[in-house]
Design a protein around this ligand. Structure first.
Ligand SMILES: Nc1ncnc2c1ncn2[C@@H]1O[C@H](COP(=O)(O)OP(=O)(O)OP(=O)(O)O)[C@@H](O)[C@H]1O
Ligand SMILES: Nc1nc2c(ncn2[C@@H]2O[C@H](COP(=O)(O)O)[C@@H](O)[C@H]2O)c(=O)[nH]1
Length: 398
């Protein structure tokens, strides 16, 4: 907790006049109830967040989760739905100007239980309707990795793999950063404590986990994220707020599972026994209601793969339609915003009045989905140009 800076004298005067948003150079202040969230981009590199509690007069520095936006040179802040602040980063390209600072979303409320301080979380906004991540789970040796590799090979532009962290040693041919981020237990434990993981679990004697970043880099590449995680991890993701499709892969029989694990020849006898013991519990949990949306039996590989594709709505020729949307709008440092229901009107601030009408765009938030931990999807951006775009003067950009 710190002392309220002089900046707050001005803010408090403004609150008494009924304002809830006030820009001061590179700082914005947004009030929700008795709390004012001050977003400060003055250091030009990353962005600071402070919370001023107006009823106690305390200034609190919250725990900030998620990947922070970088290179902040001026921004606007608009309150959305009373639980998040839309932050539009000036001087940024269309793929990087829309961010949300979540202050009271289900994810933030859940995280508050783990921190003694206030918690806020950043989530980057992405245009278009990137599909929900896919969580694939099932006992060791059932063929999860094999099915995922086939999917990634056939649809390289559509899917991206969430590279987990693990404390287990690499197998032959496994590459750091590709198959896993191989890490030390104490390093991973610290990162977990710092809120960097979406989920983690002790699996077969080692620690495994999905970092928030692992999921975000896939979304940034405009791809649909696939997570290969154990049943504990899937349960944990399900209870958090990552919207996903949960698929459980079953072996045709326990004997066949053992045969596959042995034939893979990557584990010691002791590890095989441990994995088979755990498989019994996983099969029981995987088949119980409430966790998984779909169960697939991986008997014949090609048949199971076809069922997986069908379930994901993948038909021939679909890949070319689902390419990432092009980058079309840049947001200058000088801009102003106003909010009408779920639409944000952005004036890209040219001084010449006649040009102004050609520099208006609308950011439509009415279909947003997802959010921290991960991206906020479903944004829609339109340019408004009455002179050039026909009857409605609206040109859809993405
Ligand atoms: N339908 C199938 N029929 C026969 N063998 C299969 C089938 N699917 C996968 N396999 C083989 O079974 C072995 C285990 O598969 P894979 O490594 O994909 O399992 P996994 O579920 O990813 O295991 P882990 O959880 O330990 O990473 C591999 O040798 C793979 O080639
Ligand atoms: N909860 C999580 N489980 C994970 C993650 N990454 C992998 N896994 C699961 O671990 C076992 C063993 O994997 P292996 O590579 O050692 O054979 C398997 O069931 C994976 O699904 C994770 O990030 N979180």
């Amino acid at each position: 907790m710190g002392e309220a800076p002089a900046f707050f004298d001005d803010l408090q005067r403004d609150f008494s006049n009924g304002f809830d948003l006030k820009s001061k150079g590179r700082q914005t202040a947004t009030t929700i109830g008795s709390k004012t969230y001050v977003i400060d981009g003055t250091d030009g590199e990353s962005i600071g967040v402070q919370i001023f509690n107006r009823s106690t007069g305390e200034l609190v520095i919250p725990a900030v989760l998620g990947t922070k936006p970088k290179l902040f040179k001026g921004h606007s802040a608009v309150l959305v739905d009373d639980d998040r602040i839309l932050v539009l980063k000036g001087n940024s390209s269309s793929d990087d100007f829309t961010w949300f600072l979540e202050v009271d979303t289900p994810f933030v409320r859940e995280q508050k239980k783990n921190f003694e301080s206030e918690v806020v979380a950043w989530s980057k906004g992405v245009t278009g309707n990137a599909e929900k991540p896919i969580v694939i789970s099932g006992p060791s040796g059932v063929g999860k990795g094999t099915l995922i590799s086939k999917l990634m090979e056939e649809f390289p532009d559509m899917f991206g793999f969430s590279v987990s962290h693990t404390t287990r040693a690499p197998r032959n041919m496994e590459m750091n950063g590709v198959h896993y981020h191989f890490t030390e237990r104490n390093v991973m434990q610290k990162d977990i404590k710092d809120g960097k993981f979406l989920e983690f679990a002790a699996v077969h004697g080692n620690l495994y986990g999905t970092s928030v970043e692992a999921v975000e880099v896939v979304a940034d590449a405009g791809k649909r994220c696939i997570l290969d995680i154990d049943v504990q991890g899937a349960r944990s993701v399900r209870t958090r707020s990552l919207e996903a499709i949960f698929i459980f892969i079953c072996p045709p029989s326990f004997e066949e599972l053992e045969k596959r694990l042995r034939a893979r020849a990557t584990e010691s006898e002791e590890q095989i026994q441990k994995r088979l013991r755990n498989a019994r519990a996983e099969l029981e949990q995987g088949n119980s209601p409430g966790v998984f949306d779909h169960i697939l039996v991986n008997d014949d590989l090609e048949t199971c793969y076809d069922s997986l594709k069908k379930l994901l709505g993948l038909n021939e020729g679909l890949e070319s339609i689902l390419k990432p949307s092009p980058k079309l709008v840049d947001l200058p440092m000088d801009h102003s915003v106003s909010k009408i229901d779920q639409k944000i009107l952005i004036n890209c601030g040219t001084a010449e009045a006649e040009k102004a009408s050609q520099n208006l765009c609308v950011l439509d938030l009415s279909l947003i989905k997802g959010g921290a931990p991960g991206r906020t999807r479903g944004l829609n951006v339109y340019a408004i140009n009455p002179s050039a775009n026909g009857i409605n003067g609206v040109k859809q950009l993405s």
